[in-house]
Design a protein. Structure first.
Length: 220
């Protein structure tokens, strides 16, 4: 009887681990690795996004862009450049708190985003998802898992998401260097000029500290 209960418990644990892994939200990579991951959210500014792409190309750094729907459809040339040079993930068309959407509304939004990317680029969106404002619940997680998405959040962020309240290059650099550690997923927004100005320096200084910029593909 004892062996039977141990077998049942073992099977239950295996099922629990598999279910958990299937719906996993990734906040960080391997803490024993010096690889770090650069991501950018929203879009909003054509010039900032273009300049960020220029710096990434010059520095040979991979990054993933989670672009919201309005910017996506209004900037097809830039979106094509992102797809050709970097990785484009899904950030929803509506850029709202998805926990307040019905499951049907959410599913339709995700599929609308996929259709828009394909119509603009002729390529499918990379199935990486970042929830706007980082808000997500189990129902939306389950839908994303069903649709084949990997969900990425972050472990490095700072106040850079209000374009009219730019706190400056020193503030951005200090936060990036202070927070980044092994395996970090860095969240930056394309909204402020300071993020453009600081990016090249931040990349150089993080490399000096021994970090290696890698693609989120490593974590999937």
């Amino acid at each position: 009887m004892k062996k039977l209960w141990l077998l049942i418990l073992s099977l239950f644990c295996c099922l629990s681990v598999s279910a958990s892994a299937a719906g996993e939200i990734i906040y960080q990579g391997d803490v024993n690795s010096n690889h770090i991951y650069l991501t950018f959210d929203d879009g909003h500014s054509y010039k900032n996004t273009r300049d960020i792409l220029d710096i990434l190309k010059e520095k040979n750094v991979p990054a993933t862009f989670f672009i919201e729907g309005d910017f996506l459809v209004q900037n097809p040339i830039l979106i094509n450049r992102i797809v050709n040079e970097q990785t484009l993930g899904n950030h929803t068309m509506c850029h709202k708190d998805i926990t307040r959407l019905t499951n049907q509304q959410f599913r339709e939004d995700i599929e609308k985003y996929e259709k828009a990317v394909y119509e603009i680029t002729g390529k499918p969106v990379t199935k990486y998802f970042r929830p706007p404002m980082g808000k997500i619940n189990k129902n939306k997680q389950a839908i994303l898992n069903e649709l084949g998405y990997t969900i990425f959040k972050w472990d490095v962020c700072y106040y850079d998401y209000v374009y009219y309240d730019d706190r400056g290059v020193d503030y951005a650099l200090s936060n990036i260097l202070k927070q980044t550690k092994n395996g970090s997923i860095i969240l930056m927004h394309t909204l402020t000029k300071s993020n453009v100005k600081v990016l090249g320096t931040a990349i150089d200084k993080l490399r000096e500290k021994g970090f290696v910029f890698s693609s989120l593909d490593e974590l999937v």
